[in-house]
Design a protein around this ligand. Structure first.
Ligand code: ATP
Length: 354
């Protein structure tokens, strides 16, 4: 039976790499009934919004989407279309695996880790007070009264909320993910000694979670600065990293860099109900329309999606085909030092699946 999947090609290089993903998924023998939904810059003029309701409705219907990058046009009322999508669908977990692949230059050949980032709390909620505003002056009075803290007149403030309920669900999600993917250890990153009521709460909630259903999975913790040191020094010892929103954002790009950069980095935004799979990279306007974008990030993203749909065999074959093409090193896009096109790379991967 065919899987129904919403395809949002997105902006910039999105449509080019999305086409490549379709080709490779078909070559892997997986039947998909694609529901293509345009979003982003292209629909802004026609529909007055870069994220029409029909896109959200389509994903609610299919429950699974493969998405290219979407840029947020200025003056749309959106701070970020991607954040709005995550919020509407309650995609509270962002998953970014970083695995070294053969033939890709790196200083850390043994890396095979996954960053799980909490997507709905922390400093990214947009609760901000602008320097010099009336609201920041009111806040300053409260801070003085409640905490004895004198906010400087020229300060701006961003708020960092972290809750027990938000933390519990991401910890459960991380344990479940670890079990399903044969992982052994979840390391919680934090700065609990400095931010006791936000990071401290994240840490204590994680450590207190009932793990009787996950006897094989170790859960430990590390301060985020120490974690940064380990990621530069010996990242191959890391397994699953569970991080609040801001650290997760930074560390997942860092980890993409450890294993070959944005052209190879897969990702997913998941909740209990819906799953949106998208490569880590953006729309890369500098190379859009030239047919030279690296499709491997979205192809590895598609493999993650196929696993989610219980197509483990096809996913494994796709990952193997990518590894073989990389190892052989003949067909590569310019970001990897080659001269091949997006289509040629996708074709070489597809040919190994036929
Ligand atoms: P955004 O704001 O949409 O995240 P950005 O410009 O900050 O976009 P990206 O679009 O992800 O970041 O890319 C940064 C640069 O990395 C691009 O300009 C491009 O040169 C390169 N790049 C990103 N993705 C790819 C890819 N798939 N293939 C080749 N090069 C890429």
């Amino acid at each position: 039976m065919a899987h129904r999947i919403t395809l949002v090609p997105g902006d910039g290089i999105g449509p080019e790499v999305a086409e490549a993903a379709r080709l490779v998924i078909a070559a892997a023998g997986v039947h998909v009934d694609w529901d293509v939904q345009e979003a982003g810059q292209a629909v802004m003029d026609r529909e007055g919004t870069p994220l029409p309701d029909r896109v959200l409705d389509a994903i609610r219907g299919s429950r699974t989407a493969l998405k290219g990058p979407i840029t947020t046009p200025v003056g749309t009322g959106f701070r970020s279309v991607n954040v709005a999508l995550r919020r509407e669908l309650d995609l509270f977990a962002s998953i970014r695996p970083s695995r070294h692949l053969p033939g890709v230059p790196t200083r850390h050949p043994g890396v095979d880790l996954v960053v799980i980032r909490e997507n709905t709390e922390d400093l990214y909620q947009g609760v901000e007070f602008e320097r010099g505003s009336r609201d920041v002056r009111r806040l300053a009075e409260d801070l003085d009264e409640l905490a004895g803290y004198r906010l400087r007149d020229d300060a701006g403030v961003t708020v960092k909320p972290i809750s027990v309920s938000g933390t519990r669900r991401i910890v459960r999600f991380a344990l479940e993910f670890a079990r399903q993917h044969g992982r052994r250890k979840v390391t919680v990153g934090h700065k609990a000694n400095i931010m006791r009521f936000s990071d401290g709460l994240f840490l204590s909630t994680a450590l207190e979670i009932d793990r009787t259903d996950y006897p094989d999975i170790e859960l430990d913790a590390m301060e985020i600065d120490e974690l940064a040191m380990w990621l530069a020094w010996e990242p191959s010892v890391m397994d699953v990293l569970l991080l609040p929103n801001l650290y997760g954002d930074i560390v997942s790009d860092l980890c993409a860099g450890l294993v070959g950069g944005l052209g190879l980095a897969p990702g997913a935004n998941l909740g209990w109900e819906y799953a949106v799979f998208e490569p880590v990279h953006g729309s890369a306007p500098d190379i859009a329309g030239r047919g030279v974008a690296n499709p491997i990030a979205i192809i590895l993203t598609s493999a993650l999606m196929l696993r989610h749909l219980s197509e483990d065999d096809a996913a494994a074959r796709m990952e193997r085909a990518v590894a073989e093409v990389l190892e052989e090193g003949r067909v590569r896009t310019p970001d990897m030092g080659g001269t091949s096109t997006t289509e040629e790379v996708a074709g070489a991967i597809a040919a190994r699946l036929g």
